[in-house]
Design a protein around this ligand. Structure first.
Ligand code: COA
Length: 168
């Protein structure tokens, strides 16, 4: 049964995505089956020196999920709950890879609930096959000439190759 536009549920999946990995994709694709709309909120990330620019990270997220019509990638700065409100979303989706993620995520979801009680955080337990992936390790392996083809999708792999070639 299709839900009416009025009751459509929009979820936001946020991160730096430098770059987007198959671990992120796993969570996004599963969220896209669960919610009417998913927005990948790509953080400006003042706290990190990124390999890819904000525009590149947004474009790569969009390209990697091009086969999911209800997924859209947008840049964001500031508080995540304000982004959620501005886009009339109701849910924040987070991927949980390990107990280490759990502690940090519990604190963040509690703080976001304090700031915006109407917004719920939904945790997706990352699929076992992609649990070991992190963007930092992908960048490191790629920089050192290792094979990251099983860790990122083809658009990201191509971008990593050209970005690193341009830097060398
Ligand atoms: N698969 C693979 N990797 C994953 C993953 C998954 N399912 N989930 C998380 N990761 C990785 C990320 O790639 C990242 O790796 P990296 O450090 O190597 O880049 C790491 O785990 C941490 O991810 P995350 O917690 O999403 O951090 P982030 O820095 O990418 O993004 C923000 C954090 C931007 C989403 C968060 O700080 C935020 O919402 N900030 C906005 C400001 C705000 O509202 N602050 C108050 C919050 S209470």
């Amino acid at each position: 049964m299709s839900r009416s536009a009025q009751s459509a549920v929009c979820a936001v999946y946020s991160g730096t995505f430098d770059p987007l990995t198959l671990g992120h994709e796993d969570a996004i694709r599963r969220a896209a089956r669960m919610f009417d709309r998913v927005i990948i909120a790509v953080a400006v990330a003042h706290h990190k020196k990124t390999l890819f620019s904000l525009d590149q990270r947004v474009a790569l997220a969009q390209a990697a999920l091009a086969d999911c019509p209800n997924v859209q990638a947008l840049p964001f700065d500031g508080l995540i709950v304000e982004f959620v409100r501005a886009h009339h979303a109701q849910v924040i989706v987070r991927g949980l890879r390990s107990v280490t993620d759990y502690d940090y995520e519990t604190q963040m979801s509690g703080m976001n609930r304090h700031l915006a009680p109407e917004v719920d955080t939904v945790f997706l337990h990352t699929s076992a096959a992609v649990q070991h992936i992190s963007s930092t390790l992908v960048r490191e392996i790629a920089k050192l000439g290792g094979d990251v083809s099983g860790l990122v999708s083809p658009p990201v792999l191509n971008a990593l190759r050209s970005q690193l070639a341009a830097q060398n």
